[in-house]
Write a protein that binds this ligand. Structure first.
Ligand code: ADP
Length: 399
């Protein structure tokens, strides 16, 4: 085992995800999850090598949750002394205009993250709970905030701004911040390394339950699909993605829905789940392949067509913005595993000379790989993202 490591923490409203990362190899030395914080009974899972420990116990708040994590490191290993933790990296969703890179968490930085809560009301308060308790329990190592929005602070004004009246936009900080930035930055940099070139025109597709796409030119993002919040852009597991904002007015006026109801409808009850009843792509493909229920089959197929068409539109518009395209990279749960999404998108792009290697595309692997044919006009990669490693490396710069 490595004698040095970085502890990466992703603190959510009712959960704490953590991973002890070897920053040299990228391996997870140990990882775990505390769930159902605040419920009558919580659940903790800690994985160290092949040993998996699961415990049910009350976890009334994040302080108890974090103490339990540290206890599990002590009892199940590796002990924190053995692990040689050099830094703690905290994932933070919203860094607003304040942060264009990782930041050492001082009291001032902590307060700035708090100031940004109105822009990420579900996420930033939950991150702060994790940050506060981790700083208290591990006071001797640097704590570093790594922001999901930081990479996209480089977006040019033409793609960062909405065509909203300027005074209102500025007063209420309404602009496009993007999300999944740590992943888009990590993946685009790794692809540039694999290609041995910095002057690449890249599209990165981070397709998970939440999904976003970015256009990266010469190492810098020039556009991305998520906006003020992660709701904008691609169709997702439970989110609408792009939708005419007038639908909000319509549903208020005609259906009498409140703002909170529309918020829940767009963020939690729409997307794949809203159109098919299932948010997981594996279930949607199972419906598409089930001939015994033609009505469900048709509904699922139509939802998939909407999904693929949205991807296609973004590839088209980003290729135009980039002034050409060298590489498309698929990453995250769907991007790395869904053979048919990759194949259908590539087939839709075939009029532009994009050719997938059907056999290479079928290979299941955790390794970065090329899945396009040698004579494809655009190289297609599957690259497993590793946000924990990216956070660990950024945190380490302050150690
Ligand atoms: P997030 O981090 O946004 O929760 P992930 O990147 O973990 O999401 O992706 C989760 C999604 O990946 C699942 O909802 C599912 O749709 C998809 N997925 C995972 N494995 C497969 C697979 N083998 N085939 C198709 N889709 C998959």
């Amino acid at each position: 085992m490595s004698s040095t490591s970085v502890l990466v923490i992703n603190s959510g409203s009712s959960s704490i995800k953590y991973q002890l990362v070897d920053p040299d190899t990228g391996d997870a030395i140990a990882k775990g999850l505390v769930e159902r914080i605040g419920d009558s009974m919580g659940l903790i899972k800690h994985v160290h090598g092949d040993a998996v420990t699961e415990e049910e116990l009350p976890v009334p708040d994040h302080t108890v949750g974090m103490r339990e994590v540290l206890r599990l490191f002590d009892t199940e290993g590796p002990t924190l002394a053995e692990a040689g933790i050099l830094a703690v990296g905290h994932r933070v969703v919203q860094g607003g205009r304040h942060f264009d890179g990782p930041a050492l968490i001082t009291n001032e930085v902590r307060d700035l993250i708090e100031e940004l809560c109105p822009l990420a009301p579900l996420h930033n308060p939950a991150h702060l709970k994790g940050i506060d308790v981790a700083r208290e329990l591990m006071p001797d190592v640097p704590h570093v905030a790594v922001f999901d929005t930081a990479f996209f602070q480089q977006l040019p004004a033409r793609s960062a701004l909405y065509a909203l009246e300027t005074e209102t936009a500025e007063k209420y900080s309404v602009r496009r911040y993007g999300a999944h930035g740590t992943s888009h930055q990590f993946v685009s940099q790794e692809i540039a390394k694999l290609e041995g070139r910095d002057d690449l025109k890249q599209i990165v597709m981070h397709l998970g339950n939440g999904a976003s796409v970015s256009a990266v030119k010469n190492g810098h993002p020039i556009d991305t699909s998520m906006g003020l919040t992660p709701l904008e852009g691609l169709m997702m597991g439970t989110r609408t993605g792009d939708i005419d904002p007038a639908v909000v007015f319509h549903l208020q006026r005609v259906a009498g829905m409140s703002i909170d109801e529309v918020d829940t409808l767009f963020n939690k009850k729409s997307g794949m789940k809203g159109m098919t009843g299932e948010s997981d792509m594996r279930s949607v493909w199972a419906m598409i392949h089930n001939d015994e229920d033609p009505e469900t089959q048709q509904r699922a197929r139509t939802a998939m067509d909407v999904y693929i068409n949205r991807l296609l539109k973004y590839v088209g518009s980003y290729t135009a913005e980039l002034g050409g395209l060298d590489v498309i990279t698929f990453t995250a749960g769907i991007g790395e595993n869904d053979i048919d999404v990759r194949r259908e998108l590539a087939e839709a792009l075939s009029p532009f000379g994009v050719k997938i290697d059907v056999e290479a595309n079928k290979v299941r692997s955790g390794e970065p790989r090329v899945v396009s044919a040698p004579d494809s006009t655009v190289k297609i990669y599957v690259f497993p993202t590793n946000e924990e490693l990216a956070i660990a490396r950024q945190a380490l710069t302050f150690a």
